[in-house]
Design a protein around this ligand. Sequence first.
Ligand SMILES: Nc1ncnc2c1ncn2[C@@H]1O[C@H](COP(=O)(O)OP(=O)(O)OP(=O)(O)O)[C@@H](O)[C@H]1O
Length: 265
Amino acid sequence: METTTKASYLATFKPDEVALATEDLSVLYGGKVQKLFDASLQFKKNTITALIGASGSGKSTFLRSLNRMNDRVAKINGKIMFHDLDVNQPNINVYELRKNIGMVFQRPNPFPKSIRENITYALKANGQTDKQQLEQIVEESLRAAALWDEVKDKLDKSALALSGGQQQRLCIARALAVKPEILLLDEPASALDPVSTSKLEDTLKQLRLEYTMIMVTHNMQQASRISDYTAFFHLGHVIEYNTTADIFTNPKGQLTEEYIQGSFG
Ligand SMILES: Nc1ncnc2c1ncn2[C@@H]1O[C@H](COP(=O)(O)OP(=O)(O)OP(=O)(O)O)[C@@H](O)[C@H]1O
């Protein structure tokens, strides 16, 4: 799939396979400095897509726009199609949107509260009061994030006492508690040691059975280990988008090849 023409990557998947799609998405910081240009990408359900590219190429800009995290700092043009609804519309309730499209950041950022409260916080804020139901979601979310066995006996202990890797899996559990369909991950393993990274990668691979994930990563091995699709960004443009296997073994563009081989970035 060569992505220099828009049509080629707009028609990649069957409509019922698409979890999220952007059409001509552009981002102008401060309303005038353009840092993302006409990105049209489809994300397939139950897959992991890696966003790769050099520092400053626009990966986070693109990712943060998908659940409207850039609203305050930038003007976003184009469409973000989620269930036939363009969620890049002024009348969209962004809090509801973020329940459906959750986000996990580069540095683990648990609330300075107990492990349990980290999971229940948003649920309670949404008016959920049934204790039994809340406990069930705590367990389900922690299990899904592969953290349950490590914390089940200390749910009332501070989340800040967990290791960095555990904190990041807690942040994933917290994001899962509100039952999103899509998880956006911005270099989720960059602050973790190799063992925690490997555990996190296993968790993400497992989560693919239920969720669709879009992940910024600088780590080429990580992209090739866990992602199904890869989009290569350069200077705010999507240069190539294809299966990860093709991007890594048979890149179409010279820039893609050079980036993957470590010539720049
Ligand atoms: N809030 C902002 N206001 C103004 N410019 C910004 C803002 N955030 C990012 N930029 C600029 O947009 C461009 C793309 O940045 P972005 O963070 O999306 O790149 P990236 O590919 O994710 O880089 P990295 O891998 O270093 O995180 C850069 O030139 C950056 O300086």
